[in-house]
Design a protein around this ligand. Structure first.
Ligand code: SF4
Length: 186
């Protein structure tokens, strides 16, 4: 393993005596184990999240057990349930208030695509208003699926630099704006 790879992995040892790492990799490792969620629960998927937070599933193993109901003290927003057009501006405002870098998990069919509610009042997927990082499929998804999403997000936080993160969000917002352009039929 080359020096760069060694430096990117906090905890790599040289013999028994010392370990080396870059400051970035240590900070990213720390961030990956303190992903405080803002649960935006609007429907039954919220109950699954509550179950995930209970002792059986022990989400504390991943440092994500502390829900924050202030967006300014949260690292990721969990969207759990149906989002109507009436709620959409509120969700977007809360996302805007989260401190950077921030992440979005879309949990369940309703949040990801509107689910069974193909109705005039329901947003057909939160990726129309938010740059989603991970989609969790299911109606409802199992608590294990949420833990799997948290683990995948941890990997992303550990390996993605802040500049790459900023670029990814900008690209997603650009795509979102393109998709939301009104359809003009001539
Ligand atoms: S995906 Fe299913 S379980 Fe989740 S909010 Fe929608 S209807 Fe409820």
């Amino acid at each position: 393993m080359g020096l760069n790879e060694q430096l990117a992995q906090p905890g790599s040892s040289y013999g028994d005596s010392f370990q080396i790492a870059t400051v970035d990799s240590v900070i990213n490792w720390g961030r990956s184990y303190s992903l405080w969620p803002y649960p935006f629960a609007t429907a039954c998927c919220g109950i699954e999240y509550m179950s995930t937070s209970c002792a059986d599933y022990d989400i504390a193993r991943f440092g994500a057990e502390r829900p924050s109901f202030s967006p300014r003290q949260a690292d990721m927003i969990l969207v759990l349930g149906t989002i109507t057009y009436k709620m959409a501006p509120v969700l977007r405002e809360i996302y805007d208030q989260l401190a950077e870098p921030k992440f979005v998990i879309s949990y369940g069919a309703c949040a990801s695509s509107g689910g069974m509610f193909h109705a005039y009042s329901v947003l057909q997927g939160i990726d129309r208003i938010l740059p989603v990082d991970l989609y969790v499929p299911g109606c409802p998804p199992r608590p294990e699926a949420l833990l799997d999403a948290v683990i995948k997000l941890q990997e992303k936080v550990k390996t993605q630099g802040l500049e790459a993160r900023r670029q990814e969000v900008m690209d997603k917002i650009r795509e979102m704006n393109e998709r939301n352009k009104p359809l003009v039929v001539r």
